[in-house]
Design a binder for this molecule. Structure first.
Ligand code: FE
Length: 240
């Protein structure tokens, strides 16, 4: 089948958070959605391999923070592409705790909800947590919520490997032929090992002031992956 048809399903992008024994964790998800109005219930999908699945299951609570369209690549990289086993994602992130002890990210977000898990459905690779909404409010209602479509098209973002919507770059290529780009002195493409973003010298990274035609080797040492914030050392040559 043509896997890119999945891109026609529209989603938002959210940070889902939970805490157990003073250990806070959170992840970026596009699969957070309202399932009923009376009572208000939200569902979120979480990969079983993610630390967050364990933290939500054991605590019985989670929060949903709605990212805004201008959310920084640092916060998306921190929560979307790094593991809470390696870093404390909340250490340098604006957040607060609800009376139930649920951490809620407020940085770069439009609104938040706190939820109590009322049902967990095992859907294979992922757990679907259904939560009754306890509370919620705006953080900055003037901001526009970030959609998955905008993230993918305007910001060239990719799904992390554990996301329900992840598509391998090699599969994507079959269905989405790219335009011919002019040859550069070093046309070698490089792939980010953290998020699969591909640096194409023909395109450069205009948002970071890198002109089209700039080989990877010529990027400044402090250049970082425009999607997840990984360093140059986290890239390797890509010949796919
Ligand atoms: Fe990356």
């Amino acid at each position: 089948m043509n896997l890119t048809t999945f891109y026609t399903l529209s989603y938002g992008l959210y940070i889902i958070s939970a805490q157990i024994k003073k250990k806070k964790n959170g992840y970026v998800a596009n699969t957070a959605f309202q399932v009923t109005a009376e009572p208000s219930q939200l569902a979120v999908s979480c990969n079983k391999d993610n630390l967050s699945a364990k933290v939500i299951a054991e605590s019985g609570f989670f929060s949903v923070s709605v990212l805004n369209q201008d959310a920084s690549k640092e916060i998306i990289g921190r929560f979307g592409y790094k593991s809470g086993n390696d870093i404390d994602k909340f250490e340098n992130t604006q957040h607060f705790e609800t009376p139930e002890g649920i951490p809620v990210v407020t940085e770069d977000c439009v609104a938040w909800f706190s939820c109590k898990v009322v049902k967990t459905v095992d859907v294979g690779t992922h757990l679907l947590f259904i939560g009754e909404v306890l509370d919620g409010n705006f953080i900055d209602e003037k901001k526009i919520p970030l959609t998955y479509d905008y993230y993918r098209k305007a910001r060239h973002g990719k799904s992390p490997k554990n996301a329900p919507t992840y598509i391998k770059p090699s599969d994507e290529k079959v269905s989405e032929p790219r335009e011919q780009k002019p040859e550069t002195t070093s046309g070698q493409k490089w792939i980010c090992l953290v998020c699969d973003h591909i640096y194409d010298p023909a395109e450069g990274d205009p948002e970071a002031g890198v002109a089209p035609g700039t080989p990877f080797e010529a990027l400044p040492d402090n250049w970082v992956c425009p999607v997840c914030g990984a360093e140059k050392a986290d890239f390797e040559p890509y010949n796919g």
